[in-house]
Design a protein. Structure first.
Length: 126
């Protein structure tokens, strides 16, 4: 089974909105038809801001060198850690520190902002 078959994520690492341009989150969300969509919106110093439109669950993974910040705009977003479960509602956020094994889930369609270093590999480190 190929990676794309096992993990059907639509992940776009290109910078959609360069500096000095308006970031159109509502337009991206309205046009999204993927169940697990991740698009880099913009770069700020050495970090990127990404939008996620998600429904279903991601695989267990970790990032050896990078923290991840998740901020919920719409829906319910769940972060499974090895020892507990974090449930986030709109206008709530959570940082997963580097090296922590985690999995994210959205029981219904959710819209999430993520802030992480530009070098992060979204699917995790091997």
């Amino acid at each position: 089974m190929s990676e794309s078959t096992r993990r059907p994520y639509a992940t776009y690492l290109d910078i959609k909105f360069p500096a000095l341009s308006k970031v159109d989150v509502p337009g991206l969300v309205a046009g999204c038809t993927d169940r697990w969509y991740n698009q880099t919106l913009c770069k700020v110093n050495d970090s990127v801001v990404r939008i996620g439109v998600m429904q279903g669950e991601y695989h267990w993974h970790k990032h050896d060198n990078d923290d991840e910040f998740f901020f919920v705009l719409e829906g319910t977003f769940i972060i499974d850690l090895e020892d507990r479960v974090i449930e986030l509602q709109p206008r709530e956020g959570f940082v997963v520190p580097k090296g922590i094994v985690h999995r994210t889930r959205a029981p219904e369609r959710a819209v999430i902002l993520m802030v992480e270093t530009a070098a992060i590999v979204p699917t995790g480190d091997a």
